[in-house]
Design a protein around this ligand. Structure first.
Ligand code: CA
Ligand code: CA
Length: 405
């Protein structure tokens, strides 16, 4: 751990000097090592511990493959759990594909898990329930393939992903605004659309024609003009949700357009602004005015496009090896590789640190670099996950898996 002195950065923009002063922020330095080096792991998007006490983990790849990794990470023992057909999911492999997996809270007794992925013709996102019939051998029940939700997607981008179960046993799913740019159909604020929202559903029930139930205490249940599944409004492209059970907090990193990247604390019925706002700023491009009675919830933390271009949310660290990060929400930027740890109390950031990751004695995510306005980084974090030992797993979208030491 080291404390950076106040930094004065001089950058040249169109011939003029812009002087920026960054406040004094502690930088935590953490050594990492690459794992699964010999294995093909293109576009890893999630590392999920199997909730069966075996210490095995699943590595979810955006192309549709899910690998089973043994507790000792021995590559010769890696097996395939399942494989979705990329042809059915993907036209543009930048944001389409398999985007999330979550186990049912009662997985040990019912074997259920959920996949969130895109499908084509017509373009849509689906939430599908599958079942493991032999938990030890991880054998799938091929007859169990239940589509709970299908959400039409007008464009290839902004499909969000990574559903989570809350401490209440309900499933929370974030959705993007449909895609393109500028939320062209105003889906995020449209309360009859499931796009641009956080949704909350009961996978153990059925309601009318729906393949799930809508919890009685959902904020807009039975309210005219609203879909009852909606938990929050005004999301752009959440990547990703995370329920921190010890603090009873649902975190939502929301990818911004050209100005601000957001970390939000999700509140029942909240309106998180897009596309009236981007972060704490008015999104003026659309020249629309929100009605006076809407109260927007600002992010608890945001950064501008001088530090990154696309936020990748993570998890709250509760491991033993890095006490300086304990209780901090860990996240980073996909474009520049810059990483942060923030501790949030009563919706306020009470501690903020940068994290430098060191691989073979070299920092892989030091100061952000932009070349012709595009971020350059050897490290493109797409997710921050938890290992079987409760330590950090970093997934680099370029195909690498790193463990902290
Ligand atoms: Ca889309
Ligand atoms: Ca927002």
């Amino acid at each position: 751990m080291k404390l950076l002195p106040t930094l004065i950065c001089i950058t040249v923009y169109l011939g003029c000097f812009v002087i920026k002063t960054f406040a004094e922020i502690e930088t935590v330095t953490i050594s990492i090592q690459q794992e699964l080096k010999e294995s093909e792991t293109p576009k890893p998007i999630s590392w999920v511990l199997l909730p069966d006490g075996s210490g095995r983990s699943l590595l979810v790849l955006q192309g549709g493959q899910i690998l089973v990794v043994p507790p000792d990470l021995k590559e010769s023992k890696i097996t395939s759990f399942l494989k979705l057909s990329p042809d059915q999911m993907i036209v543009k492999d930048f944001e389409e594909g398999l985007l999330g997996l979550v186990f049912h809270p009662k997985y040990r007794s019912n074997g259920l898990f959920y996949l969130y992925n895109t499908l084509q013709s017509p373009k849509r996102s689906v939430l599908v329930e599958r079942r493991v019939k032999d938990l030890k051998r991880l054998e799938l029940d091929s007859s169990h393939d239940r589509t709970l939700l299908e959400i039409e997607q007008p464009y290839w981008n902004h499909n969000s992903g990574v559903p989570e179960f809350g401490p209440d046993g309900y499933l929370y799913l974030s959705t993007g605004d449909g895609g393109n740019a500028n939320d062209p159909h105003d889906f995020s604020q449209n309360t009859f659309s499931l796009l641009g929202k956080v949704l909350r559903i009961d996978v153990d029930k059925r309601e009318g024609a729906l393949q799930y139930g809508i919890p009685e205490d959902n904020p807009f249940k039975n309210k005219p003009g609203y879909r009852g599944e909606i938990w929050t409004i005004g999301m752009r492209n959440p990547w990703r949700l995370h329920w921190d059970i010890p603090s009873n907090t649902l975190f939502c990193a929301d990818v911004g357009q050209h100005q601000k990247e957001e970390i939000n604390v999700i509140k029942k019925g909240g309106n998180y602004g897009w596309s009236f706002r981007e972060g704490t700023e008015v999104f003026s491009l659309k020249n629309r005015k929100p009605s006076a009675d809407i109260e927007f919830i600002d992010p608890v933390f945001e950064y501008g496009h001088d530090e990154g271009t696309s936020v990748s949310g993570g998890i709250v660290y509760r491991g033993d090896n890095h006490p300086e990060l304990y209780g901090h929400y860990i996240f980073g930027d996909w474009g520049t590789g810059k990483c942060w740890a923030i501790k949030v109390k009563n919706d306020l950031v009470v501690s903020k640190k940068y994290i430098e990751f060191v691989l073979d004695e070299e920092v892989i995510n030091d100061l952000p670099k932009f070349v012709n306005g595009k971020p350059q980084s050897p490290f493109k974090p797409v997710n921050f996950c938890i290992s079987a030992k409760n330590e950090l797993v970093l997934l680099d979208w370029q195909g690498s898996v790193y463990f902290t030491r």
